[in-house]
Design a protein around this ligand. Structure first.
Ligand SMILES: Cc1ncc(C[n+]2csc(CCOP(=O)(O)OP(=O)(O)O)c2C)c(N)n1
Ligand code: SF4
Length: 271
């Protein structure tokens, strides 16, 4: 029997607004299956987004949702988690949302190790506003704001998160939909700040001008580029130079922010 996504959707909001060939629909389904597999009560789940094509996602899912301002989903999610630590809190956004305007929220949430899950939907471009470059646009790639090719170095979201102190960091792609579901599930189960970078395709903004002939070719690019962590561990840096390692790339146990905060404040108040 076909999987029934409608149990988790605000069906009255459909059809969605994403372009044909956009992979946000695929990852929305991975996200729903991950949550369903955990059997959590819908009412204990909070999903906060910023602004962007991917930030339409909370509009479609039937959880407690916040469609906030551009780059601020983590700030809102932090407030929710501190106010009610029992809630399962997820902040999501595009590469622009999370690594440009929201970059400071991102690194400081990682540093604090607050128990929220951050999903970074990386399509290497500002999709919603017309293909301006973002901090993850590869060097040399075309964007409306880089008509001669992106002149800047780009962020690696995984390395950024690990460097800033996140205690769980994973990567997947829209092509690897089942793997993506698994990464989201593991992130949701982790206590502390968990990040999943999900590589996405924006055929309308990024693909057409960057020599991808079709949305399918963008998915095949993800397939060819991805290497599972276990295999990557046996490869040389030269062999990995042009590859995208997927899987759980960092995991450690360390004190969680809300608990540390309560303990510190309680201690200083003499409780
Ligand atoms: C404060 C503010 N600045 C700029 C914008 C315009 N804006 C809306 S979405 C967006 C970028 C979206 O790109 P990304 O976050 O990568 O998400 P995508 O659309 O690719 O999913 C920008 C610059 C805004 N809404 N608010
Ligand atoms: S502009 Fe790009 S990211 Fe936005 S819906 Fe269209 S294909 Fe998807």
């Amino acid at each position: 029997m076909a999987y029934d996504y409608s149990r988790f959707l605000r069906n009255e909001k459909l059809p969605h607004i994403w372009c044909p060939g956009c992979t946000y629909g695929i990852v929305l389904k991975s996200f729903i299956r991950a949550i369903d597999s955990l059997g959590w009560d819908k009412n204990e789940i909070v999903v906060a987004s910023g602004i962007g094509c991917c930030s339409r996602l909370p509009g479609y899912v039937d959880f407690n949702t916040l469609h906030t301002t551009h780059g601020r989903s983590i700030a809102f999610a932090t407030g929710v988690k501190i106010a009610n630590p029992k809630l399962k809190v997820i902040a999501l956004g595009g590469d622009g949302d999370m690594t440009a305007i929201g970059g400071n929220h991102f690194i400081h949430a990682c540093r604090r190790n607050i128990d929220i899950t951050v999903l970074v939907f990386n399509n290497n471009i500002y999709g919603m506003t017309g293909a301006q470059y973002s901090p993850t646009t590869p060097k040399g790639a075309w964007a409306t704001t880089a008509p001669y090719g992106m002149p800047e170095n780009n962020f690696d979201v995984v390395n950024l998160a690990i460097g800033a102190g996140a205690s769980f960091v994973a990567r997947s792609t829209a092509y690897h939909a089942t793997h993506c579901e698994k990464m989201i599930k593991e992130a949701l189960l982790h206590k502390g700040l968990s990040v999943v970078e999900i590589i996405n395709a924006c055929p309308t903004g990024f693909g057409r001008k960057n020599k991808f002939k079709s949305p399918t070719s963008m998915l095949l690019w993800m397939k060819d580029k991805a290497v599972q962590k276990a295999k990557a561990d046996k490869m040389s840096p030269e062999e990995l130079a042009d590859k995208l390692v997927i899987g759980v790339l960092h995991k450690e146990e360390k004190p969680e922010y809300v608990e540390s905060y309560d303990a510190t404040v309680g201690l200083n108040k003499g409780e």
